[in-house]
Design a protein around this ligand. Structure first.
Ligand code: FAD
Length: 279
């Protein structure tokens, strides 16, 4: 028999999680479509009533994106250019109804290989804050997502926020997504890129590709190759096929592995050409 709780205080939510298994529900846009063929038989803990999870806060060291922040909230927020890539992703997550209900934290916790949020959070060097009745801890996003639909969240923990370090504040970012059509589509490949720049040259680069491995991944060899390069509309010419070695794409109904690998190469080059020309 299903049960439903909608606490108003974080302490109540954590007490519920400590008392036994609960399925956390944020916007429900991943949760409900996965259950259309079966009656709910789990206890739902709806966190949408927790005011303290709403809002984006700027602290001395971080941009703190509460776990209740939706894609639409993010689009409306005034944020520096390092968030441009995440905002581009937000505008392509489903339609407006999905963007109004779905949260960035839900996208991360669902840990789909095709989640559009993760590559952007990887290039922002983001971390997640987790809370339980026992205490709090923080994990880098790249560690938190451990596999296809697997995270390091313990059953009694709630993700309370995503943290983006102020250290990346002056960087510029972009995001490109390839699907079978323009809107309402699951990604075949997506690319997030973020550059720190000093005197018309790349000081440091962070590049991540999604939907081409179990978990979206950064491309460290490419990031190193880009350091010190002059900016310009041909920055993407620095990308060699070997730089994509960490990818392990699969054949599925959306695309073959070979197509994904080729598309990733093209998208990474395009993303860098675009960022290189933007300064
Ligand atoms: C029509 C449609 C189109 C979509 N298009 C896209 C798309 O283009 N790109 C894309 O990436 N996704 C897409 N999605 C998937 C989904 O909308 C997003 O992943 C969304 O961000 C999920 O957020 P949510 O708040 O609805 O998560 P929910 O469905 O509420 O939760 C998802 C999972 O995360 C867990 N969870 C949620 N919040 C927390 C928390 N704070 N702490 C711990 N666990 C938590 C839940 O228990 C559940 O397992 C689409 C979905 C639909 C229905």
């Amino acid at each position: 028999m299903a049960n439903y709780l909608r606490p108003r205080e974080l302490s109540e939510a954590l007490a519920a999680l400590a008392s036994g298994p609960h399925r956390i529900l944020a916007g429900g846009t991943d949760h409900f479509p996965a259950r259309v063929e079966s009656a709910p038989d789990e206890t739902l803990l709806d966190i949408s009533g927790l005011a303290e999870l709403r809002g984006i806060e700027v602290t001395p060291r971080h941009f703190r994106i509460g776990a209740g922040v939706t894609w639409a909230d993010l689009i409306r927020a005034e944020l520096p250019a390092c968030f441009d890539g995440l905002k581009l992703a937000a505008r392509e997550v489903g339609g407006m109804q999905i963007q109004n209900a779905g949260t960035i934290a839900g996208n991360l916790c669902n840990a789909s290989p095709a989640a559009d949020g993760l590559p952007n959070l990887l290039v922002l060097d983001a971390a997640v804050d987790l809370a339980s009745a026992e205490g709090r801890r923080r994990l880098p996003v790249g560690e938190f997502v451990a596999g296809n639909r697997r995270t390091l969240r313990r059953p009694e923990e709630l993700v309370t926020a995503i943290l983006v370090p102020r250290a990346v504040e002056d960087a510029r970012s972009t995001f490109l997504k390839l699907g079978a059509r323009k809107y309402l589509v699951i990604s075949i490949v997506m690319v997030a890129a973020c550059l720190d720049v000093e005197r018309d040259r790349v000081r440091s680069a962070r590049i991540a590709v999604g939907a081409c491995s179990e978990v979206a991944c950064r491309l460290p060899a490419l990031e190193q190759a880009l350091a010190g390069r002059a900016l310009g509309p041909s920055l993407g010419a620095a990308v060699e096929p070997e730089h994509l070695a960490p990818l392990a794409p699969i054949d599925d109904i959306r695309a073959s592995a070979a197509y994904r690998r080729q598309a990733a190469l093209v998208l990474v080059r395009r993303a860098l050409d675009g960022l290189g020309a933007a300064w």
